[in-house]
Design a protein around this ligand. Structure first.
Ligand SMILES: [Zn+2]
Length: 261
């Protein structure tokens, strides 16, 4: 029995949503066999982002901002020493840096707009190595690492629409075969495409996830027995390039336990 969660980052948006417009035969089949529910992952006071919403999907609902820089650092195995801090700095939305050292943050001369992510809480260690989180170096794997899960970053996982979903599929099927209790697969492409205002790329990323992951994972969970959930963490509107608050559509399908041989 395995519990599999596929996170389609930023996949939902405004009606008709990219999720509805995408051609997703496997997700549609899953929705027909399973149940379809709108999930309210975050209290209204909490900023809508992957570092907050994925934490909620992993089982811990934050009551304020989450320290995104700590999350990103943890994915890379970096932990600030006492007296140090880590900052995430985005330069013109295309360059993302992690800056580590004692406060205050050093001045960065970029000649372009800079965004320093706010600090926040660090998620508690609620998980153990029976949970496997698969994704690129980013929010999902960083949260997994901080919360105590085992993380797998397959080669070719970029967090963008060009990510190698077949490599994520192989990692997920391996984790299921190895007897992991819980397998979480993160797909960042829909969110990244939304931030780039590219609805066509977003729909293509959702369709690729349907083909490369949802179909094969349905089969694997069918054989192992257990549960498969497919949920966005939050919405992201390709028209504005901004995250969308509110409930996310989540599909859950339960497969009967296999008959012992
Ligand atoms: Zn985003």
């Amino acid at each position: 029995m395995v519990d599999v969660l596929l996170i389609l980052d930023g996949a939902t948006d405004v009606t008709p949503s990219s999720l509805e417009l995408a051609d997703t035969a496997n997700l549609d089949r899953l929705a027909r066999k399973g149940e379809h529910r709108a999930l309210d992952l975050l209290p209204p006071s909490v900023p809508v982002g992957s570092e907050t919403a994925i934490a909620a999907l992993l089982g811990w609902t934050p009551d304020g901002p989450v320290d995104r820089a700590r999350v990103e650092a943890a994915a890379r195995g970096i932990e600030p020493k006492p007296g140090e801090r880590v900052w995430r700095v985005d330069i013109a939305r295309t360059h993302r840096l992690l800056v580590l050292g004692p406060p205050p943050m050093p001045t960065i001369e970029a000649g372009e707009p800079i965004r320093v992510w706010p600090d926040g809480v660090v998620p508690p260690r609620l998980l153990d190595s029976s949970t496997v989180v698969i994704g690129a170096l980013g929010a999902a794997t960083g949260l997994g690492a901080l919360m105590g899960a085992r993380i797998v970053v397959p080669p070719g996982a970029t967090g963008g629409p060009d990510s190698d979903l077949a490599a994520k599929r192989r990692a997920a099927l391996d984790a299921i075969a190895d007897g992991a209790a819980r397998v979480v697969v993160h797909v960042g492409g829909p969110d990244e495409a939304s931030h780039r205002h590219d609805r066509a790329a977003k729909i293509a990323a959702i369709e690729a996830a349907d083909r490369e992951l949802i179909g094969p994972l349905t089969e694997a969970v069918g054989e192992a027995g257990g549960r498969l959930r497919v949920c966005p963490d939050h919405g992201c509107d390709p028209a504005t390039g901004e995250h969308v608050p509110g409930p996310v559509p989540c599909v859950t399908w339960r497969a009967r336990a296999p008959v012992p041989a």
